[in-house]
Design a protein around this ligand. Structure first.
Ligand SMILES: [Zn+2]
Ligand SMILES: [Zn+2]
Length: 277
């Protein structure tokens, strides 16, 4: 799998000289399978640049999964250019929404008076799949969903191909079990031995004392998860909107110190970063 991050910022997109290295766009990941499928996770503002790239490359068939419906994960959808292209084919998955369908959520995102174009006016061929309560396949990639511990719930994913796996858990609080979420041991078992874990690491221990139950993790819990699960690489994700590049570098340095000798590579996930699994 080839993975590219188009945005790793949490809560709200940011701009400015202090955010240039990690980037300001909100959550969007692109996974390319070895048999050429394009899998997108979340439509944060990062999906705008991905869509521009797809149109430029005439790559107009893709699968779009969501972790949950919080606005930082859906607000880029109206600016994803393929949706206005009649030759584009978009397959949407209903995974995190349970009784509310993905199309209901996106219709609310694209609805006057908050947005001038309605979801029903989109030109792309859009197909909705509801078969994601257990594992399912997208081309050569097997997708295994897991419930997130987050307000209003959500879904995390494990992507497996050719015996290698990548786990993506953003907006997941390891220190508190929200309704439908798992406890620490449950996430440890889900991540066991994975080649790459990208996990929400929004808070420092000092910040977390004020942010408990907000649905995000303190980086010390994420480091413990990576160590106990025996993952090979750990990417820190959902960067706080006020986290400057230099402050993020300090968090990465602390995590590397905590992981010294564990044989786990640790880094902060930046926009435009590419990873091979
Ligand atoms: Zn978020
Ligand atoms: Zn959220």
């Amino acid at each position: 799998m080839h993975i590219r991050c188009w945005g790793s910022r949490g809560a709200i997109p940011v701009s400015g000289a202090e955010y240039l290295r990690y980037g300001g766009d909100t959550t969007c990941l692109e996974i390319r399978s070895s048999d050429g499928e394009t899998i997108i996770v979340d439509a944060g503002t990062g999906i705008r640049r991905l869509g521009n790239r797809m149109v430029a490359e005439n790559r107009l068939h893709c699968h779009l999964l969501f972790t949950h419906a919080h606005w930082d994960h859906v607000m880029g959808f109206p600016f994803f250019r393929p949706i206005f292209n009649p030759r584009a084919e978009l397959i949407l998955y209903n995974c995190p929404f349970e009784d509310r369908f993905v199309e209901t959520i996106l219709s609310e995102v694209m609805s006057p008076p908050t947005f001038p174009v309605r979801y029903a006016e989109l030109k792309a061929k859009i197909d909705c799949r509801h078969d994601c309560s257990t594992r399912f396949a997208i081309g050569s990639v097997t997708v295994s969903p897991v419930p997130l511990s987050h307000p209003n719930s959500g879904t995390g994913y494990k992507f497996t191909e050719n015996g290698r796996s990548f786990v993506f858990l953003t907006d997941n609080e390891l220190g508190f079990v929200h309704p439908n979420g798992l406890n620490f041991d449950g996430y440890r078992d889900f991540c066991k031995g994975t080649d790459l874990l990208i996990h929400d690491a929004e808070y420092t221990p000092e910040e977390y004392r004020r942010a408990r139950q907000w649905g995000h993790s303190v980086f010390t819990d994420v480091v413990a998860l990576a160590r106990e699960a025996g993952v090979r690489r750990l990417g820190l994700f959902h960067l706080n909107q006020d986290r400057t590049d230099d402050a993020m570098d300090r968090i990465v340095a602390q995590c590397r110190q905590l992981l010294a000798g564990a044989g786990i590579e640790c880094f902060g996930v930046a926009a435009d970063m590419t990873l091979e699994v």
